[in-house]
Design a protein around this ligand. Structure first.
Ligand code: BES
Ligand code: MN
Ligand code: ZN
Length: 486
């Protein structure tokens, strides 16, 4: 998709050489600042009750009178800001995506001025509306002929809008990569597949990559990670990707992604209903790949390391049993009371491993707990950090990138739940505050650096008829990494 900024006055809109025009309107008809043909068309559509100025409403007009464009879509927005603009563009793009338009012009009628955030929102909305998963469903109709989008405005800082479009496109490519990985079923997206994706990304985008196998992981003493992978025939992989954008002496931002390519629960097996969705349990890993892709395209002056422990969680004669005690890479012992709390087991060894990078910060990303979905639903990811400054920065990145998160606590008092008579800690803390006790478990492995944890169990994919990966939190993470560039 080709995105560009087209400076044009309102009077020129009727003459715009596009196949379709999307006009996003917010507020009263009179305040839209539209003139001539478009103003009249809007007035008539409203008067005849074919269109209402209520957020989410759209009206498609074929061969609109007096317009050079053969198609016109009105889309109502809640206000003139970028968030409402994104929602309105998404609904308009859904109307157009299976039609014949190749070149679409988009106007935000009453925005005070178009901003870089409007540009990013446009790219995100179009990317989302036109994505089609075909990897294991080649019969799915491919995306339509839509190939070029022009964001039209008269009042805008052209440089900023163009920067917003470029940033939006890099993020969208990262989001798409994450969705492509996470949507693939467990028999396709194996630990080996994830490692191949990392290697391919390194090749195309100039990253460094290293892939460790079971022998190497044994040598490192990752007893917790190994305990999870024991029950699977599928070989584990430990993936390390590096983007070097700044001097070697600059401490890197380290991203750690949970890469459980299928979570059956292990011996503490999950119920059958919706178990298929546990193919998405590598969404954290997918978001690390996606973020590195976006970062590699944008080339900020910052160093980034992506680390992915990847394996399956399966029941088997050799699988870990409830009550088994293992020694993590940190030396701390863990009583595995529930083999379904496996994410924290693979992450804790990765969190010890990354000490070697002397990180500026470490952010882990994981579909870690059903409890986080109970607490926050599917809109906001859970954010945990004992570091107020880091937490504030990530909250702000989430808002700016329209990929929001919400902070949950990490008080010492929650530690009580993880006590064990047979090891330094148990791996579960009971039903109450399950997302918090999971984060408290991880915290025990993060004493040597600034750390935050994102629980994306609710935000990484959608269930139901629109079942599929969202690519979150690639936008949040990319925004944060860029904010750390000097
Ligand atoms: N991958 C799951 C978490 C999950 C469950 C994400 C449902 C999204 C939807 C994780 O490995 C898990 O099974 N967690 C357990 C922890 C419990 C045993 C303490 C959970 O949430 O039930
Ligand atoms: Mn599990
Ligand atoms: Zn899991």
């Amino acid at each position: 998709m080709d995105f560009r900024f087209l400076p044009a006055s309102r009077t020129a809109l009727a003459e715009l050489p596009v196949d379709a025009l999307i006009v996003v309107v917010a507020g009263e008809a009179a305040s839209q600042g539209l003139d001539g043909t478009l103003a009249q068309l809007l007035k008539d559509a409203l008067a005849q009750k074919d269109f209402q100025l209520k957020a989410g409403r759209t009206l498609y007009v074929h061969r609109p009178q007096g317009l050079r464009a053969q198609r016109l879509v009105w889309a109502a927005a809640a206000d003139a800001g970028p968030k409402a603009f994104r929602a309105a563009v998404a609904s308009a793009a859904a109307v157009l995506k299976n039609g014949g338009a190749k070149h679409v012009g988009v106007v935000c009628a009453n925005a005070q001025a178009l901003t870089a955030e409007h540009a990013q929102a446009l790219v995100a909305a179009v990317g989302e509306a036109t994505y089609v998963y075909r990897a294991t469903k080649p019969s799915a109709p491919p995306a339509g002929p839509l190939a070029k989008i022009s964001l039209v405005g008269e009042k805008a800082d052209a440089k900023a809008v163009q920067r917003g479009l470029a940033l939006g496109q890099a993020v969208a490519a990262g989001v798409t990569l994450a969705r492509e990985c996470a949507n693939r079923p467990g028999n396709h997206c194996t630990p080996t597949f994830l490692a191949e994706q990392a290697q391919a990304l390194a090749k195309t985008h100039g990253l460094k990559v290293e892939v460790l196998d079971r022998k190497a992981v044994e040598k490192l003493g990752m007893g917790a990670f190994l305990a999870v992978s024991r029950g699977s025939e599928e070989p584990l992989r430990f993936i390390v990707l590096r983007y070097d954008g700044a001097a070697r002496t600059q401490a890197p931002v380290v991203l750690v992604g949970k890469g459980i390519t299928f979570d059956t629960g292990g011996i503490s097996i999950k119920p059958a209903a919706e178990m298929d969705e546990m193919k998405f349990d590598m969404s954290g890993a997918a978001s690390v790949l996606g973020t590195l892709r976006a970062v590699a395209e944008l080339k900020p002056k910052v160093n980034v390391v992506g680390v992915i422990p990847a394996c399956e969680n399966m029941p088997d004669g050799r699988a870990t049993k409830p009550g088994d005690v293992v020694t993590s890479m940190s030396g701390q012992t863990i009583e595995i009371l529930n083999t379904d709390a496996e994410g924290r087991l693979i992450l804790c060894d990765a969190l010890t491993y990354v000490e070697r990078f002397k990180p500026a910060v470490v952010i882990d990303v994981a579909t870690l707990t059903g409890a986080c979905v109970v607490a926050l639903g599917n809109h906001r990811s859970g954010l945990f950090s004992a570091d107020d400054e880091l937490a504030q920065a990530l909250l702000a990145s989430g808002e700016a990138a329209q990929d929001p998160c919400w902070r949950l606590p990490l008080d010492e008092e929650y530690d009580e739940a993880l006590k064990s008579n047979f090891a330094d800690m148990g791996n579960v803390g009971g039903r109450a505050g399950g997302a918090i006790t999971a984060a408290m478990f991880l915290r025990k492995f993060t004493g040597k650096y600034r750390w935050a944890h994102l629980d994306i169990a609710g935000s990484a994919w959608k269930g139901g008829a629109a079942k599929g990966a969202t690519g979150r939190p690639v936008p949040l993470l990319t925004h944060y990494v860029l904010s750390q560039a000097r």
